[in-house]
Design a protein around this ligand. Structure first.
Ligand SMILES: [Zn+2]
Length: 279
């Protein structure tokens, strides 16, 4: 888009709302395309835990050419691969993993939940059972998901201490310059015994987290981190140790231990982190 035109839309405050509507249109077209082109794959195999439809294969999703080297060089678990997207509702593997945990492992009945950078399918599941506040630094981008979304900076949340039973910031911390500050803010607003869902792309084969928190160079970010707005690739144990420094108790649930959810086409080899604020 022409930068001047983009500035005008920004100054009118309609750039992000328009972007949100544009994403809706793209979503409906894409959904129509995959429903038709995957109709012959209907049947037992994978079951979507969002729309309950069954297919013996889901839609594969591979990183774009500018992102793929960073991800493959470091063997990053980042939400790409075979069977990532449901052909019927377009839910993705990372949403289905969180939804499976919310359905079977984490009690959300009548809880107070903060959902940062909300994903549509997770948000729609949450609101059937609990009281949900959504927030993002750029709320306009998410107006199509929740029109009441608040503007919040995850490194300086406006909420009082111990406001929430659960905080979800799924694939958020890899974008945040001061991730330790964000973790400590999430810790602060959680009640004692509260849970955080903070999945992020990670590698188990690199020796340390690769990061450049102040980089602000999208092309270079794609080359280094596999996405134009990421500032790091976490080394898994380092990520867990950062969460520990913030006060959380973290346990790993391996992909093998998640076998009851494999039929929901969750990301192969992804470890789920159970992150708790102690009593
Ligand atoms: Zn689905």
């Amino acid at each position: 888009m022409n930068p001047q035109f983009k500035n005008i839309l920004h100054s009118l405050g309609i750039y992000h709302p328009l972007q949100s509507h544009y994403r809706n249109v793209v979503f409906y077209l894409k959904r129509m395309f995959f429903r038709i082109s995957f109709s012959s794959y209907k049947g037992h195999g994978f079951t979507c835990n969002v729309c309950q439809q069954q297919y013996f294969r889901f839609v594969d999703d591979w990183p774009s050419s500018e992102n793929k080297n960073a991800l493959s060089n470091s063997n990053v678990i980042a939400g790409y691969g075979k069977n990532i997207m449901c052909p019927n509702c377009l839910s993705n593997a990372r949403e289905r993993l969180v939804i499976a945990m919310l359905q079977h492992h984490i009690n959300i009945e009548n809880k107070k939940i903060l959902h940062l950078s909300p994903e549509k399918n997770i948000y729609q599941y949450l609101i059937t059972k609990s009281q949900v506040v959504t927030a993002d630094l750029v709320p306009g981008f998410y107006k199509n998901i929740d029109k009441h979304i608040k503007q919040e900076d995850v490194t300086a949340l406006s909420f009082a201490d111990q406001s929430f039973d659960l905080v979800i910031a799924n694939h958020v911390l890899e974008h945040i310059t001061d991730d330790l500050k964000a973790m400590s803010e999430i810790y602060r607003v959680l009640k004692k015994g509260g849970i955080a869902i903070l999945q992020a792309p990670y590698s188990e084969t690199i020796s340390a987290t690769i990061e450049e928190p102040l980089i602000a160079n999208p092309e270079r970010q794609s080359e280094l981190f596999g996405q134009k707005d990421h500032v790091r690739i976490y080394q898994l144990n380092d990520y867990i140790s950062r969460l520990g420094q913030s006060g959380f108790i973290v346990s790993k649930i391996s992909y093998k231990e998640l076998s009851a959810f494999h039929h929901h086409a969750i990301q192969v080899d992804e470890t789920f982190l159970e992150i708790k604020k102690p009593y």
